[in-house]
Design a protein around this ligand. Structure first.
Ligand code: CA
Ligand code: ZN
Length: 444
């Protein structure tokens, strides 16, 4: 009995260990590089055993080189690049790995090739120029050039396989910023519609793509929602996103008044502080700068041009908060595009001093570590007051005031009746005494 129990425990623990790491897909990077794609429930860059080539065999033959790219993605993805003999279209292969086997048929119309980089949201039907890029990248194996003649490609309709257009890859040379050897796939002849796929002969195919119509609508939706993911001072959580950032970030600002410059502002921590919310992180770091005012201004202009296209609860973003911007819910009666414009504008209210002058933004020395930003302990301080910031912001404030006047009236009425709608940015810029620790908020 005891022996049976031990065997059962061993079996269970073995199943649990296997369940954590799963070979889910076979992809390609080139005709001689297979990609074994694993998903894991744990984050461990070395979880996949790549040290022994003999444990990785394609149709009984060990692979001749292994490289990898591991990234966090609900929770972890392992791209294992395997050097193999040239793949043949329509041939059945069996890949053996230390973490499970998979039998597959290589087909350049159905096997996904990671080297084809297409727009997965949607191409504009109005543009005369459309293309996908092609570049071979093998994780820690770096980039590769295409060897031999450049391959041909076809674009086909997924519904019936009909070929829409075809051509040959064109070389663009080496891109110094990425290190990629870049090739271009011309999609200008692809008409509105889809979904289509690109098949590069001998390599594999792209993700589905489409032009215009619903695909453009999707592009607008995805682009808009990216702003919520980029918000500073706001949790990014379910049901509005994955649980990416459970708490607000960068809400303490040190009053430094340092000169304008990229990642070059020293914050000692002895300066006075104040609390700020709103605005967005930068391209890949957490400073908030005058350029960011373009975001709310673009949103407001878009809303004014097409007001009938924008409604409340359209984009699944939170728009009800308490006075410290903890999320209370969504559906505040205000078109979401204006909620986002308010979020982008709000930060510049906090950047304004009592005399009306506005700081260029916030900066720090260097860059935040790679962490989710609620864990970022980097201190951000104010940059100098700047007339360009004030002039741009004054127009932005007035623009927003004009647009939200009718919706604010509605929301305040709603607020009185439900008591759920709490604080919103003021319609006119509020003044904060320099070094104040009390944010000027209007609460409901
Ligand atoms: Ca709303
Ligand atoms: Zn932040």
């Amino acid at each position: 009995m005891k022996r049976l129990l031990i065997i059962a425990i061993c079996l269970c623990s073995s199943l649990a260990a296997n369940a954590a790491l799963t070979l889910t897909e076979i992809r390609t990077a080139s005709p001689t590089v297979l990609v074994a794609f694993f998903k894991s429930t744990t984050i461990n860059a070395n979880e996949v055993n790549t040290t022994n080539l003999a444990l990785w065999q394609l149709n009984g033959q060990p692979v001749t080189a292994i490289n990898k790219f591991v990234t966090e993605a609900d929770r972890c993805e392992h791209h294992i690049y395997l050097e193999v003999p040239t793949l043949a279209n329509g041939k059945t292969y069996k890949l053996q790995t230390p973490h499970g086997d998979m039998t597959f048929v290589f087909d350049d119309r159905t096997t996904f090739c990671e080297s084809i980089k297409s727009n997965q949201s949607g191409y504009s039907a109005l543009s005369k120029v459309r293309y996908a890029n092609f570049a071979i990248w093998l994780g820690d194996g770096g980039t590769r050039q295409i060897s031999g003649d450049l391959p041909t490609y076809t674009v086909f309709k997924m519904a019936d396989g009909a070929v829409i257009t075809q051509g040959t890859l064109q070389s663009l040379g080496e891109d110094t910023s990425s290190g990629d050897f870049v090739y271009r796939i011309d999609l200008s002849a692809v008409p509105e519609g889809g979904p289509y796929k690109i098949a590069v002969k001998g390599y594999g195919c792209s993700y589905p793509l489409g032009v215009g119509g619903d695909f453009s609508r999707r592009l607008g939706h995805v682009s808009f929602r990216s702003l919520y993911h980029q918000r500073c001072g706001c949790p990014v959580v379910e049901p509005y996103a994955w649980n990416i950032k459970p708490d607000a970030c960068h809400t303490t600002i040190w009053q430094v008044n340092g000169r304008i410059g990229e990642a070059n502002l020293v914050v000692t921590g002895n300066e006075p502080t104040f609390t700020a919310y709103g605005g967005y992180h930068d391209a890949g770091d957490a400073d908030r700068r005058t350029y960011h005012m373009d975001v709310p201004v673009t949103l407001m202009t878009t809303y004014e041009a097409f007001p009938q296209l924008f409604t409340d609860d359209q984009f699944n973003i939170p728009d009800k908060f308490d006075e410290k911007y903890h999320i209370l819910g969504k559906g505040n009666g205000i078109p979401d595009i204006l909620d986002e414009a308010m979020w982008g504008t709000m930060f510049w209210e906090y950047m304004q001093e009592t005399n009306g002058a506005i700081h260029w933004g916030t900066e720090t020395k260097g860059y935040s570590p790679f962490t989710t930003y609620e864990n970022d302990r980097t201190r951000f301080g104010t940059e100098v007051l700047d007339a360009r910031s004030a002039s741009f912001a004054s127009g932005m404030f007035m623009h927003l005031a004009r647009l939200i006047k009718p919706t604010m009236r509605h929301a305040r009425k709603n607020c009185r009746s439900t008591r759920k709608w709490r604080s919103r940015p003021r319609a006119t810029p509020c003044a904060r005494p320099t070094s104040s620790t009390t944010p000027c908020r209007s609460t409901c």
